[in-house]
Write a protein that binds this ligand. Sequence first.
Ligand code: ATP
Ligand code: MG
Length: 367
Amino acid sequence: MKEIILAYQGEMSLKGLNRATFESVLLKTMRRRLKSLGNFKIYKAQSTMYAEPAGDEDIDAAEERIGKIFGIAAISRAAVCPKDFAVIADTAKEYLCGALRAAKTFKVSAKRSDKTFPMDSMEIARELGGVLLSAYPHLKVDVHHPDVNVTVEIRDFAAYVHGGKKPGAGGLPVSTSGKAALMLSGGIDSPVAAYMMAKRGLSLACVHFASPPYTSERAKQKVVDLAKLVAKYTGPIKLNVVNFTDIQLYIYDQCPHDELTIIMRRYMMRIAEAIAKESDCLALITGESIGQVASQTLQSLGVTNAVCELPVMRPLIAFDKQDIVDISLKIDTYETSVLPYEDCCTIFVAKHPVTKPNLKRIEMSET
Ligand code: ATP
Ligand code: MG
C-alpha cells in the first residue's frame, strides 16, 4: 500500500499576497530537509504540501523531519488509493486495522475537494462508517471524542485515507520574517529563545563568546552541538565563535568587581551587534528572562540594552524557568544544555554583583 505525507499550512494562509512566497519557501524547505532521505517528490495542491516517496524511502524519518518544519500546522500520514468507494473502504479497513482493533470508538470524517466524485462527504462518512462497523463489530461510533478519526480526503490526484491529523511545528516558514543574530551560550535558555524566534519565521546566525583557556574545548563543542540541535528546526546556522579572553581579563583588571558582569555583557552586546550588522541581521536575540539573575533585572537589562542600536528580542522575558525547561525538553536541547561545562559568564563573577546598575556610573567605569 502506498503511503504519503500530507502537510497542512497554518497561519500563512492568512497572508494574502505573500502566500505564494510563503508556500514556495515551504516547498524548498521540505525538499532540502528530506533530500538526504532519498527520492521524495514534494509538491503542492489545494494549499496542502505532499511528500511522496518514489520507492521504499524511510517515511518514519520523513515524518519526523517534516514535524520540525515551521509553517506546517498539521500533518497526516495517509494511504493513497484510487477514487473509488469500494477501494477506499478496503484501504481504510486494512490501513487502519491496528488502530481500529485497539480502539473502542471511532468516527469517519470525509472531505471532498474533487466535486466530480459521485458521493458527497456525508454519504462517504455514513457508508464507510457502516463498512467499518461490520468489519470491526467491537467498535462504537463517537462523533465527539473518538479514539480514531478515520479520515478520507478526496482530492485532485487520488483519495487519501488516514487516522486523523497530528499537530505540526506551527509558526511561519523560516526566513520569511528576515534574519537575526542569536547570542548562544551553553545554557538552557538561549537554544529555547532560538527555537521560539525561528518559529516566527526568522532565520538565524549565532554568536558565542568563549574565553579559552578559562573555558574548555568541551564547552565550545557543547555549543556547536546545541547549534546543531537547533538547526533541526531552523536549517543550517552559521556559528560565530568570538574569543573573549582578552576583553574579559582587561575588564577584570580595570573595573569595579561588582560591575564585572554587567560591563562584560555590554561588551558582548556591542560585539554581537557588529557581527549581526555584518551578516545582514536586523535584530539580536537573547535568552534573558526578567529577574532570573542579577544581570537580568529591569535596571540591568536597561543598562545592557543601552549599547545597542538594533532591536534586542528576548522571547523568554516573561517565562518562568520551568516553562523554559519544558520547551527545552520538548525540542531536545535540555540534556546537552545541562552538561556541566564552564561558561565565560561564570568564570569571573563577583560575589555580590550589582542588581540595580546606574547607566552613568557604568559608563564611567568603562572609560
Ligand atoms: P542561558 O541559559 O541561555 O545561558 P542564563 O540564564 O545562563 O542563560 P546569562 O548567562 O545571564 O543567563 O545569559 C543571558 C543571555 O546572554 C543568554 O541567554 C544568551 O543569549 C547570552 N549569553 C550569555 N553567555 C553567552 C555566551 N558565552 N555567548 C553568547 N551569548 C551568551
Ligand atoms: Mg548562561
